[in-house]
Design a protein around this ligand. Sequence first.
Ligand code: OAD
Length: 266
Amino acid sequence: MASSPEQTLEHWLREASAVLAFCGAGVSAESGVPTFRGAGGLWEGHRVADVATPEAFEQDPRTVWRFYAARQEALQQVEPNPAHAVLAAMEERYPELLLVTQNVDNLHERAGSRKLIKLHGSLMEVLCTRCETITPLREPVSVAGIEAGELPHCECGGLLRPNVVWFGEALNPLHFEQIDRFFRRCPAPLAAARPALLLIIGTSGTVSGGYGITPLARRFGARVVEINPEASAFSASVDLAVREPAGALLGRVWARVHATDTTEQA
Ligand code: OAD
């Protein structure tokens, strides 16, 4: 009998020698964090040019800060979902595991992920526009304060901005070196018997085109799986598409993988 996509994913997760997960806003959707595109998405209510470019911040830091302070406040009201929990738990099973997220929320960290690359920065960090110091925030910046005209400032007196990557800004090249090293470390014979797995979860691929991660993974013999209820820019180049919400799916699949791990150890 033919396997369902979910069963194939389970089988590949059991076989994998290494896993790289490339994540987007869909991973946090089941936590109640809005995605960017599509109905109800963040870019439906806001123009990118008004809130997510360095030029917008230069011209009108108050409008930009109002947008990010509201997202920081909203982040305090949500919790990690099973997708975040499973990705964190994978660090136990796979010695070679890397989580690369485009999300600026802190739900991966709150779920316990440590081997984490935040390609687009972090909502709960600020960057000084003068001395360039990056500081984590304990509390969100107050929307009421911003409305009242109080913009956050660094100890050095410089204006603080959210430590997120805006449109037109460069990503950190060290992150791509880390991704490259991850695939190069997968030993070839082992990779052939137990192929590494690239999981592309909850991202439309609109912005990045995937940053070349899919072709890189293929070059090193990895299997490529997409987890997304809808088709994306990645869909044509994956080995397997599982059209399910990530939290519900990964919660189910990982419970089964974990159950047999436990049985084998007993
Ligand atoms: P998008 O909003 O473009 O795409 C979200 C994807 O998540 C879509 O493909 C949805 O089908 C999928 N999705 C929705 N619910 C899901 C669920 N429960 N499980 C799995 N998938 C689900 O968000 P990103 O691809 O992350 O950049 O966007 C990439 C970047 O563009 C963002 O980091 C942001 C944005 O503009 C900056 O702000 C610089």
